[in-house]
Ligand binder design. Structure first.
Ligand code: PRP
Ligand code: MG
Length: 176
């Protein structure tokens, strides 16, 4: 996994001043634009899933980039996956969590059904920055009764210390 992760880093393009001045945007989609990069990413996820197989009952994938990763992981883990989305996108009964962003409030939702009391959940997203998104997702999972046993991100922006906000194990493959 380490070797593939070093190679994968070479496929990630960085965009200065996007989406705002002063932000250096790390674009996971640049990996998908190259078949070799995508194969590396797939191998990493496959190997990682082998390590945690049997310890996870469900994959929760965070909108929007987490969807691309979570589906693969669910296949390799042989468990269901559920999307976590912004308010009003998912039909049927949902659990909701309101959380604060820097200047506004937002709401995350997940459909009820697969997630039950004691369900062991792995949360997947592309990037850990301030940790606000993952923290909200962990709280949302708790509302369904499920237990988050692991969070996984492809990239971690270490300076922002997002992992300090989280009381669960966090795995990242690439660090900046
Ligand atoms: C980005 C990224 C993570 C989140 C990380 O998502 O994909 O989900 O920010 O930031 P944080 O650790 O500071 O919360 P974004 O909000 O841009 O939405 P998107 O994935 O739906 O495009
Ligand atoms: Mg996101």
């Amino acid at each position: 996994i380490e070797e593939d992760s070093i190679a994968l880093k070479g496929y990630i393009k960085s965009f200065p001043d996007f989406p705002l001045p002063g932000i250096l945007f790390r674009d996971i989609f640049s990996v998908f634009q190259n078949t070799d990069g995508l194969k590396l990413l797939n191998n990493i996820l496959k190997k990682y899933c082998n390590e945690v197989a049997g310890k996870v009952d469900c994959v929760a994938m965070l909108e929007a980039r987490g969807f691309l990763l979570g589906t693969l992981m669910a296949l390799y883990l042989n468990v269901p996956c559920v999307p976590v989305r912004k308010k009003g996108k998912l039909p049927g009964k949902v659990a909701q969590l309101e959380y604060s962003l820097e200047y506004a409030k937002d709401v995350l939702e997940v459909q009820l059904g697969v997630l039950k009391e004691g369900t062991r959940v792995l949360i997947i997203d592309d990037l850990l920055a301030t940790g606000g998104t993952l923290q909200a997702a962990v709280q949302l999972m708790k509302k369904t009764g499920a237990e988050v046993v692991q969070a996984v991100v492809i990239m971690e922006l270490c300076d922002l210390e997002g992992r300090k906000k989280l009381d669960i194990p966090v795995k990242s493959f690439i660090q900046y």
